[in-house]
Ligand binder design. Structure first.
Ligand code: ZN
Length: 509
């Protein structure tokens, strides 16, 4: 039996000076229960998912600050969120509307722009482009709506203005705007802690007040507002963008566990204040960290592995299987042993599916027959797996029960007997294939498959015709567009070689 990854139970620890939050503030939404339970940090337990319309849900994930390349710590978070979203859609039949925010204005981006003598907008654009490529290489579905801070500036400004006007926020002497946490009694509900200590800066009225807007600093990009120039704080961005897209309430709001406090706490506080409501996000989903020998993978600790480097060693399916075999909420360790375990589980399924094909096409057998025991086994696994997924997305139980189903079926198909049961065996193989592909596994080794080659051929041929035409007409604008396509393809590891008569292309490493 293959070992399933251990679930590491670790409660969030916090500074002991914080006081426990007395009033639990999770409110049961009105609407239709869908029979699914998810962990909610405010209630500190699994709570029923209740949707306004039982078939529709909104989901916002906090995206990256695009100042550097993503690493497999980020990959772990986004693969796990992708798995949960796929489960919602495929297993619970929810029409999920997904959105993700991209922070493309930030201290780190400005710093990187200065270091590399590049416009901050170019830095952000390049790293965002790389981020989507990384996600695609991991078979992560792109969000339907992408919100960028730079494109939502008027929305963010009017959100801040509204909070100033309602006196939930105040303007400090340096032109920054702070949210007044003393005016929001539920502040601290996400981590069930409140901290009423002394403010750490002269600009703040209360210790936990946070910047909605950062006053102008020389050499930094800025935007003009009615209260002075500056740029948005990080937390306000998501609240303003989500509110613009989804209105005054959202079903699911997700991100890494490090975002629970202060980012999501602040988002909830300012959004409730803005919408004059007591609960803005009904379900907070937080993904545990990927750690390396018990240490969180992070840029500052220089213990990261880039996604392209990871994919030189293992496949995206192996990484996804490792994620499926762990619990999304708890920390996951990255070790070669764990990746090899995930790889061998994947192989077990692939060998099984191949063995089934050989078995059902055998001709030296007795008459085909139903095997009630196998069919019952399949039915039991189907029911149990659905129940496991409804219980806070318990994917590791599903993988375990699929492995058991493979073992039971293997006993039948590898038995030295003339008994033959093609129907239940095919149904089992079909079920396993469906469930694994519903989890987002590709179940194929060849990533540079025929279809993508054909698509690249088509694009390169089309560009060649357009480029030749533009050369003849000396159309500079069109030639620049052709160059842009060539450069973008290069970042996707497709190198185009132009000549007068033909255009060829190769995959590069
Ligand atoms: Zn956010």
């Amino acid at each position: 039996m293959i070992k399933v990854l251990p679930v590491i139970s670790r409660k969030l620890s916090h500074i002991c000076s914080l006081k426990p939050f007395k009033e639990t503030k999770w409110l049961m939404p009105n609407g239709n229960p869908i029979g699914v339970y998810v962990y909610n940090c405010i209630a500190d337990q699994k709570v029923p998912v209740i949707l306004n319309d039982p078939t529709i849900a909104t989901w916002y994930s906090c995206g990256p600050t695009v100042y550097d390349s993503a690493h497999i710590g980020h990959a772990c978070c986004y693969v796990k969120l992708d798995i949960l979203q796929r489960i919602m859609k495929s297993f619970f039949n929810i029409k999920l509307v997904t959105a993700m925010g991209i922070t493309d204005i930030d201290d780190k981006i400005i710093k990187k722009a200065k270091e590399t003598n590049t416009d901050f907008r170019i830095v952000a654009k390049n790293f965002e482009h790389e981020f989507w490529l990384d996600l695609s290489s991991l078979n992560i579905e792109k969000p339907m709506i992408i919100t960028r801070v730079s494109e939502y500036m008027p929305t963010i400004q009017s959100f801040v203005k509204n909070l100033i006007d309602s006196e939930m926020a105040y303007i400090a002497s340096d032109g920054s705007v702070y949210f007044d946490t003393s005016k929001f009694p539920s502040y601290g509900k996400l981590q069930n802690m409140q901290d009423n200590g002394e403010p750490t800066s002269n600009e703040k009225r209360n210790k936990m007040d946070f910047a909605l807007w950062k006053g102008f600093k020389p050499g930094e990009p800025f935007w003009e507002t009615s209260w002075g120039k500056g740029r948005p704080g990080w937390h306000i961005e998501c609240s303003a963008m989500v509110s613009k897209v989804f209105g005054s309430q959202i079903d699911f709001h997700a991100g890494g566990i490090d975002l629970q406090f202060p980012h999501h706490e602040n988002e909830e506080a300012q959004s409730c204040a803005f919408h004059n409501t007591t609960q803005w996000a009904n379900y907070w989903i937080h993904v545990g960290h990927l750690s390396l020998k018990d240490v969180k993978m992070s840029k500052s600790l220089q213990n990261t592995l880039s996604i392209p480097d990871f994919l030189k060693i293992y496949t995206s399916d192996i990484f996804r299987m490792a994620c499926l075999m762990s619990n999304y909420r708890y920390p996951m360790e990255y070790t070669d042993e764990i990746m090899k375990t995930a790889e061998s589980v994947l192989k077990k399924f692939k060998f099984f599916l191949n063995d089934v094909l050989l078995y059902v096409n055998k001709s030296d057998t007795g008459h085909g027959d139903y095997d009630k025991k196998l069919l019952n086994e399949l039915q039991k696994v189907e029911i149990n797996n659905l129940e496991a997924l409804k219980n806070d997305f318990d994917t590791s139980s599903c993988i375990n029960s699929l492995l058991n189903l493979v073992a039971v079926t293997n006993k039948i198909i590898k038995a030295d007997t003339k008994d033959h049961y093609p129907v239940p065996v095919i149904l089992i193989a079909q079920y396993i294939t469906n469930i694994l592909s519903n989890f987002g596994l590709k179940l194929q080794d060849n990533t540079e498959n025929d279809l993508s080659n054909l698509l690249i051929d088509t694009l390169v041929d089309f560009r060649h015709i357009v480029r030749n035409n533009a050369l003849q007409r000396k159309d500079k604008e069109l030639l620049t567009a052709c160059d842009m396509v060539r450069d973008k393809m290069k970042t996707m590891k497709v190198q185009i070689n132009d000549s007068n008569k033909t255009a060829s292309w190769v995959f590069t490493k």
